[in-house]
Design a protein around this ligand. Sequence first.
Ligand code: BGC
Length: 345
Amino acid sequence: VAEEAAEEVDVTGKLVGVAMPTKDLQRWIQDGENMKAQLEAAGYEVDLQYAANDIQTQVSQIENMIANGCKALVIASIDGEALGTVLAQAKEAGIPVIAYDRLIMNSDAVSYYATFDNWDVGVKQGTYIAEALDLANAGDKTYNIEFITGDPGDNNINFFFDGAMSVLQPYLDNGKLVCVSGQTDFETVATPAWKSETAQARMDNILAGYYADALTGGQTLDICLCSNDSTALGVTNSLVAFGYTAENIPVITGQDCDIANTKNMVKGLQAMSVFKDTRALAEATVKMVGEILAGAEVEVNATYANGVKDVASFNCTPVFADVSNYVELLIDSGYYTAEDLAVTE
Ligand code: BGC
C-alpha cells in the first residue's frame, strides 16, 4: 500500500515551468527563489524564467517550457490579457496552468489560481487611511488625497483600488476626502509597468499643478493612496524632492514590504505597507501542483471570473505592516535579515 501511495505522488524529475514577470521588483525575485527551492525540495525539475516585463519574452519563455515537455506551468503574467494563444497550446498539450498572484484573463486554459486576497490588500490600505485621519469623526475637517495604482494590464489593480475604495468612497461622497487633481479614472491613476519613475514623474506634475504652495501655507496634500511599494517609492521620492520630511509628509500606503519601503517606514516616510509572504504563496502553489499532478482534490477557498470561466483559487492572507510590527513580521520570521533593513542614512 505504501509503495502504491508513493508511486501515485512520485514527482521526481517532473519538469515545472515557472514564468515570472520581472526582476525589477524584489518580491518577484523572492517568489521565483521560493518556488524553485520548494519545488526542487519536492523532487521536481524547475525551469524558472524572468521576462524583464516584456510580454513577447514571456510568451516565448512559456512556448519553450511547453516544447521542453513541462508537466505543469506556473505563471505570474505581465499582462493578464496577453497569454490566450500560448495557453491554448498548453491546453492542447494537456498541461495544467496555475495563474500565480495575477489572474490570467479570457483563457479557458487556466486550471487554477493561487494568490493573496487582493481585495483585502486594498481594504487594509483604505482602512489605514480612514483610521489614521479618523475620517469618521473628522467634523468639518477635509483632507486632500491623490490616487496612484499600477499596471493597467494587471488584473490585480482593480482589486487593490476597489478594495480601498470600498472604505474611502463614502468619504469622497460626503466631502471629507477631496481629490484636488480630479484624477480618479482608471487610465490616469494607473502606473504602466508599476514603475517608480513613472509614479514619481506623475506626482511631480500633480504637486506642481495643484499643490505648488503646499509647504508655504497653501492647499495641502494629505494622503497618497499608492497601491504598492514600487509606486509608493516614486511618490515618496517626489514628495521628498519637493521638500516634505518625516514631520509633514502625507500618509502614503504601499504593499509588498520591499526593503527600500520598509526602511522608509522606519524613517517615517511611508506610513504602512501590506506584507504578502511569498514563502506562503510558494508553499500553497507547490501543494497545488502536487495535488493536480496526483489527480487529487485541489484545496481552494475562492473563485474568480476571468472572462470565460470561473477559476478556482487558493487565497493566502495579506498582513498589515508598519513601523510597529515590521521587526516581528519581517526579521523575526526570517524573511529579511536585520542588516537588510538597517537604516544607515
Ligand atoms: C502584485 C504586487 C506587486 C505588483 C507589481 C501585483 O500584481 O500583486 O504584489 O507589487 O504586481 O509587481
